[in-house]
Design a protein around this ligand. Structure first.
Ligand SMILES: [Zn+2]
Ligand SMILES: [Zn+2]
Length: 130
């Protein structure tokens, strides 16, 4: 299955559109709907995790092992945050059935944090060349 293969080899937490754009040249018959439906099925089967950490669109992760995520608000990169066990979480009220727990961090990644002082001058350079 091309979508699952793509997610297994691309650990960038791509969006459905990114997966479609990457696979479409190799599979001319592929439609966006097929990609969306395949992803929905894979998520339902537990083979792929759907991440809602990116406020713009859903991201998909072929790595379903326990790990957290850091979303950089500057570059949009989703970083894996490895941990061996879930931290102690509040207990759910009785009668609730838990299916999934996600640990999400949001902020600036190290590269973007270092870059913030450089970025305004880069923008200026772009303006000058125009
Ligand atoms: Zn960043
Ligand atoms: Zn991940």
């Amino acid at each position: 299955m091309a979508v699952l293969d793509y997610l297994a080899t691309h650990r960038t937490h791509p969006t459905a559109d990114e997966i479609y754009a990457a696979l479409a040249p190799q599979i001319p018959t592929l439609s966006k709907t097929t990609v969306y439906n395949t992803l929905a099925l894979l998520v339902q089967q537990g083979a792929v995790t759907q991440l809602t950490i990116d406020p713009r669109e859903a991201r998909f992760d072929g790595d379903t092992t326990l790990h957290g995520h850091f979303y950089c608000e500057e570059c949009g990169t989703l970083y894996d945050i490895p941990f061996s066990a879930l931290p102690e979480l509040p207990a759910l009220p009785e009668g609730y059935a838990l299916r999934e727990t996600q640990l999400y961090y949001r902020g600036l990644c190290a590269a973007c944090r270092c870059d913030t002082s450089r970025r305004p001058s880069e923008r200026k350079t772009i303006t000058v060349t125009q």
